[in-house]
Design a protein around this ligand. Structure first.
Ligand SMILES: Nc1ncnc2c1ncn2[C@@H]1O[C@H](COP(=O)(O)OP(=O)(O)OP(=O)(O)O)[C@@H](O)[C@H]1O
Ligand SMILES: [Mg+2]
Length: 234
């Protein structure tokens, strides 16, 4: 069943037209990758889906309900959570307090024990301040905040950027667990191999246009598309 449907979205920054008639569909429990070169419009698309930017035209539905006119906080309460690139973990409070803060504004927060089961590392670091965490641990907190708010759809913007390969492997496993538990993930990632290995389907953006959509296998069988639109990244 379709969880999110964006239909012919056009997004601008002022007079700059960034997304051109972008349509994407995300089904329940899948991991979808959103790929494209620097500046292709990937973050703009995630922000538009999450209500941080309002599209000039087009529609977005979450579980059949239109959300493109709603505020970001309303969309978050409806179960869609954006984990932005900059993570925004609060440095002066502990890991647990970061989670409590996220839970406070949630409709139906998850039990903390579920979070700590998913991220044993955060359980160990519960009383550490945000600023004492490694980049990988901060990313775990950022994802855990979306989880505690019981997000059905989690949008991850470059979650693996700057992280060590072992941490990336752990986080990829967590993402796949989340999908297996019934959550749905859209991931933007420069690491194309990592993105394609976790995602069943993918969309490829180029200068604000969707230029490919299909399964990850289908994309891997099209080296000319990979080279043309992902270049060195592929
Ligand atoms: N706040 C802004 N104001 C004006 N233009 C912006 C703004 N943010 C992004 N842009 C422009 O919009 C286009 C798409 O940017 P976006 O950040 O969505 O790309 P991206 O695919 O996420 O790139 P990256 O891989 O570098 O993160 C780029 O041309 C960028 O310069
Ligand atoms: Mg980006």
């Amino acid at each position: 069943m379709s969880l999110l449907t964006a239909d012919r979205i056009n997004t601008f920054y002022g007079d700059s037209h960034i997304l051109f008639d972008v349509s994407v569909e995300v089904h329940e429990k899948e991991v979808v990758a959103l790929l494209g070169r620097n500046g292709a419009g990937k973050s703009t698309l995630l922000k538009t889906l999450a209500g941080a930017l309002r599209p000039k035209s087009g529609t977005i539905e979450l579980n059949g309900a239109p959300i493109h006119q709603k505020e970001a906080h309303e969309i978050a309460r409806m179960g869609l959570q954006l984990v932005p690139e900059e993570r925004r973990v609060i440095g002066g409070i502990t890991v647990h307090e970061n989670l409590q803060l996220a839970a406070m504004t949630a409709k139906d927060p998850l039990d903390y024990s579920e979070i700590y089961r998913t991220f044993p590392r955060l359980d160990e670091r519960r009383t550490n301040k945000g600023r004492e965490l490694s980049g990988g641990e901060q990313q775990m907190v950022a994802i855990a905040r979306a989880m505690i708010r019981d997000a059905k759809l989690i949008l991850l913007d470059e979650p693996f950027e700057g992280l060590a390969p072992l941490i990336v492997r752990d986080l990829m496993a967590v993402c796949q667990d989340l999908a297996a538990q019934g959550r749905t993930i859209v991931v933007v990632e420069q690491n194309v191999a990592a993105a394609l290995s976790m995602a069943g389907r993918c969309y490829l953006l180029n200068t604000g246009h969707i230029v490919f959509s299909g399964t990850s296998e289908e994309l891997q069988e099209r080296p000319e598309i990979m080279n043309r639109y992902l270049g060195a990244a592929a």
